[in-house]
Design a protein around this ligand. Structure first.
Ligand code: AMP
Length: 424
């Protein structure tokens, strides 16, 4: 037996139906906000990812040489690809550009519950917008997207990386390592990095700031602790909250100045959304404002984006009791006796042509076995073609939900199916 690679999964029909239901909800949310769908390749040149994150990222990537000897990697996320696409081809489109994509991403990490090597993301970006309005719009989409899926219990935490970047300006090249330690709440490493940068005096302040969480009062406290350098970022968050109030969302977010996000390209507002119903890997999504285009050699373009993890949203929705519809078959057509097979195929073709999801017996089962099968695959209706009935121009239509069975003129079967199921 050949096993699937570690950290990957197979999706059976029931799992895939959930996946599609959630994808559909996310897509509808994005389109209701005027975002348009794009797609980028699964495999990219390795440089695309090392350009922004440095060679250290290679350890976390599925990176390899292709047959032409080129260094390539499976995408670990979408943002870098979207920006590459933007810089090479989308630059001339009217701005702001509101783009979304859905697909798989790969990270070479230790698999555990909620953390896989192949996983699926819904990603949205706004490129070339004024940043405050774009950030608010993006956050509003992230919240609306989760609502569309049916989640009600998520917590959105918003911070601003510019606050710490301004405060740690003197740290120079060590800033990234300090931010990384703050992101991981690794206070031992923080102490070492601060000492290395000659900034040990800031240790207590930084620890206090990343522990601040709450409403507007938290911003006042941060302004007091961090001083004037951090003022623009603090003020930005105040205005962001005001802007969110225009969406009716002022109270939908909590300020959390501990949201740092490890990736080096974030420069502005940053946010994370958690579900309390998941285990250790409870973050269902996150994002923020960034300046990736410059890192990839393009002109600056105000950008803000987020990704939601499908593999966490689905169990979070199930934990909240969101109804996940199993795969559905509209009708299962059952010929009883050899001669009715021809008539059965006529009916199958007619219903399929009208857009219904229809299946029929392929292996010559008897009628009761066929009804069991129809039941097991979730058929809503069974169409039973008995020879006597057929001679009288009729077929039996059985509602698999209620068990009720009625004889229907064959000529009006399509209309009857449509009236029971709704036209497709
Ligand atoms: P990130 O790009 O790390 O901010 O990830 C965005 C979202 O993708 C996270 O909030 C998770 O929901 C999801 N995610 C990231 N990595 C994984 C993974 N290895 N397995 C499953 N979901 C993931």
């Amino acid at each position: 037996m050949i096993e699937r690679p570690r950290g990957t999964r197979d999706f059976d029909p029931a799992a895939m139906a959930k996946h599609r239901q959630v994808e559909d909800a996310l897509r509808r949310a994005a389109e209701s906000f005027g975002f348009r769908e794009i797609m980028t390749p699964t495999v990219e040149h390795l440089d695309l990812f090392t350009a922004k994150s440095g060679p250290g990222i290679i350890e976390e990537l599925y990176a390899f040489k292709d047959k032409g000897g080129r260094d390539v990697a499976l995408r670990p996320e979408f943002t870098a690809s979207v920006i590459r696409f933007y810089l090479s081809e989308l630059r001339s489109l009217p701005k702001p550009l509101k783009l979304y994509c859905l697909g798989n991403a790969f990270r070479y990490e230790e698999p555990q519950k909620g953390r896989y090597r192949e996983f699926f993301q819904f990603n949205a970006e706004i490129l070339g917008g004024a940043s405050l309005e774009a950030d608010a719009e993006l956050l509003a989409l992230a919240l609306a997207a989760l609502r569309h899926v049916g989640l009600r219990q998520t917590e959105a935490r918003v911070g601003h990386i510019g606050m710490l970047r301004a405060f740690l300006r003197e740290a120079g090249a060590r800033q990234a390592a300090i931010l990384h330690a703050l992101d991981k709440k690794d206070f031992e490493r923080l102490r070492a990095e601060l000492a290395g940068a000659g900034l040990s005096r800031h240790e207590e302040t930084l620890k206090t700031v990343v522990g601040l969480k709450g409403g507007l009062d938290v911003l006042d406290e941060a302004a007091r602790l961090l001083g004037g350098d951090a003022a623009p970022a603090v003020d930005y968050l105040r205005r962001l909250r005001e802007r969110l109030s225009h969406y009716g969302l002022a109270d939908a977010v909590t300020f959390d100045l501990g949201v740092v996000r490890g990736l080096d390209y974030y420069t502005g507002m940053v946010f994370e959304i958690d579900s309390p119903n998941l285990g250790a890997e409870k973050q269902v999504g996150g994002g923020g404002g960034y300046t990736l285009a410059e890192l990839l050699g393009g002109e600056p373009v105000a950008s803000t984006g987020f990704a939601i993890g499908m593999d966490r949203v689905i169990p979070a929705a199930e934990a909240e009791g969101v109804r996940m519809s199993p795969p559905v078959l509209d009708a299962y057509v059952i010929p009883v006796g050899g001669p009715s097979r021809v008539a059965a195929m006529e009916i199958v073709r007619e219903l399929r042509a009208a857009g219904f999801r229809v299946d029929t017996d392929l292996i010559g089962r008897g009628p009761s076995k066929n009804l069991d099968f129809a039941n097991s695959v979730g058929a809503r209706l069974a169409v039973i073609l008995g020879e006597k009935e057929l001679a009288a121009g009729k077929v039996s239509l059985k509602d698999m939900g209620t068990g009720e069975q009625t004889a229907v003129p064959a000529a009006s079967l399509l209309a009857e199916v449509a009236s029971r199921l709704g036209a497709r």
